[in-house]
Design a protein around this ligand. Sequence first.
Ligand code: ASP
Length: 332
Amino acid sequence: MKKILLIATGGTIASKHSKDGLCPQIAAERILDYVPGVQAFCRPRAIQACNIDSTNMEPGHWKLLVDMIRQHYEEYDGFVIAHGTDTMAYTGAALSYMIQNSPKPVVITGAQKSIDLEITDAKTNLTDSFLYAADESSSGVQIVFGGKVIAGTRAKKIRSKSYNAFESIDYPYLAIVQDMRIIRYIPPMPFPEPVRFFHHLNSNIMLMKLIPGITPAALRFAFENYDGIILESFGVGGIPSSIAEEFYRLREAYPDIPVIIATQVAHEGSDMTVYEVGNKIKRQCGILESYDMTLEAVIAKTMWMLGKGTPVEEMERDFYRRINYDIIFERG
Ligand code: ASP
């Protein structure tokens, strides 16, 4: 039977009521006690990475998770991470870039209700995750939640309370898990190269949401203080004329800072070449754009790219290279 390691990080799944509200208290091994049925198809073990509300998840915790997985990689056949739902999509994206070409599956899951409640999604999500992690055809980094298997780079939390909290954005579910059966929609990927772990991220990046009437001050602050800038623009992507002039000036002053245009629209991504407000400035200023990548993926990919010290002339190639299904058409 496959050996699967549960790494617990906290979240609602591990929470109990305290006088100030829900907070994670249930330890990794106790979490396993709630799903004794998984022992019918795998040999589970549990360790604790941290016990936090995922609101407090930081890049340092992602490094810790990568270190723990690397340390136990030979010993186990698959990994399940129990995680809060609030930042789970970020962790899914971050681990997708930090653990590449993994023939052993890394499954991230959690719940909208604590595992110690009578009515909860936690036991199903956890059991589905173990089932997926123990399956011969599973690999790479994914989120298993609400019966859906979502590529680590494609997940978004779209409901704050319901059990079906996550969606796969602009990419099919990799699989669904129904009544203890896995139904695959996307055939498993081949892994021609060995697994690769990346430990360095540069999280000194800024995400700036554009609003109508935005003024240049925030843009100046971003260029002066950060190593990478993501502008969450409108529609298929453009730079409003209220900040365009300052943008040209700052771009010239800081040519090594990657600037990425993403979109506030939930589906179908960016294409800056469509409108005059995007096309000209993209060409003249060497701007990257998200295309169909999720915002969480763009953020994590930028941290990863800067963390491994990609030189500015290679950023386009790195940014548009497909990793764990994050972008449909590779460019660059
Ligand atoms: N606040 C919780 C967390 O993200 C929510 C959850 O787990 O569902 O840790």
